[in-house]
Design a protein around this ligand. Structure first.
Ligand code: GDP
Length: 294
């Protein structure tokens, strides 16, 4: 929770500055609207939150800054509450396709996720379907060794969907519980990338009915509104089932979690709060709201 300190300062600290000692009226709400947009909650989601607060102000339900924060916190929890639940891991193997732009922390996150699931006693396998960057497969291999799980990889430039297919096949053959497939994230060839992701998705589905069971987009919280735009873009190309927000530690832009949940109605499955293997936490809306408003 303390790792959200900067986001807390940005949101809760700014609210204190505009609201403490004042009567909570429309003018305060106007200022609050600006604070929330600046704190990366997104124009649309902010408008929704402020709309809810206006009714409360009219009914004189918000006596002071504390009441205002409480109501805002409830509004934020409600937005998270409206997102779909992540799919249950009922299939064997449960196939997770991981997508995201280079640099967001995708490889690290896959390593952390593999570690997290292994610690729960699950047999995990990785698939290196980012065949575009040799370094990506190498990095993934290092994570696989660290976690102690098998990995399927081919040589650089191999067909990514063939690697994905082989991963699912190997996972079925070896009785793996969860197969996690890494994909490319080169954005300079956006159309090609989205086509490639769709093809991987299709080919996985051919190998195993109902797979991939999850398509998780990894987003870098420090990029704020860019993360929101990436979420919209990827969700149009391949239907996402959930998100992982990385680098929440040390950024003041954690509010983007609310914007993304509000606009895309997608669950945030995990958050990354550091560079180490155990720095991946299941996302908990209550905890998140509490960390922001304390
Ligand atoms: P990829 O290109 O998306 O695969 O990105 P990488 O997994 O290589 O990560 C890029 C950088 O972000 C690395 O230096 C990671 O250690 C760092 N990183 C990843 N997740 C987190 C996180 O949750 N917090 C912090 N502080 N750094 C992270």
């Amino acid at each position: 929770a303390e790792r959200l300190g900067k986001t807390r300062e940005k949101i809760s600290g700014s609210i204190d500055k505009i609201a403490i000692g004042r009567k909570i009226d429309d003018e305060v709400l106007d200022e609050l609207e600006e604070v929330l947009v600046t704190a990366d909650l997104g124009v649309k989601t902010t408008a929704e939150l402020i709309g809810g607060l206006r009714g409360k102000v009219r009914r004189k339900e918000l006596a002071d800054a504390e009441a205002l924060k409480g109501a805002l916190r409830a509004g934020i929890e409600e937005i998270f509450g409206r997102t779909a639940a992540p799919p249950a891991m009922t299939a064997k193997p449960h196939v997770i396709m991981v997508v995201g732009v280079n640099g967001v922390g995708k490889t690290t996150t896959i390593g952390k996720l593999a570690s997290h699931l292994s610690a729960q006693g699950k047999k995990v396998m990785l698939g290196a379907a980012d065949t575009f960057r040799a370094a990506a497969a190498e990095q993934l291999e290092i994570w696989a060794q660290r976690v102690g799980c098998p990995i399927v990889r081919q040589k650089e430039g191999a067909d990514p969907s063939a690697v994905a297919y082989d991963t699912v096949e190997a996972a079925v053959g070896r009785g793996v519980d969860v197969a996690i497939i890494d994909t490319a994230g080169r954005l300079h060839t956006k159309v090609n990338l989205m086509d490639e992701l769709r093809k991987i998705h299709r080919v996985i589905g051919k190998k195993m009915d109902g797979a991939p069971h999850e398509v998780i987009l990894v987003l870098d919280a420090t990029t704020g509104q860019n993360a929101l735009n990436q979420a919209k873009m990827f969700n149009e190309a391949v239907q996402l089932t959930g998100l992982i927000l990385t680098k929440l530690d040390g950024t003041a832009k954690g509010g983007v979690a609310v914007a993304i949940a509000g606009e895309l109605k997608l669950p945030i499955c995990y958050v990354g709060v550091g560079e180490h293997l155990d720095d991946l936490r299941p996302f908990d809306a209550r905890e998140f709201a509490e960390a922001i408003f304390g």
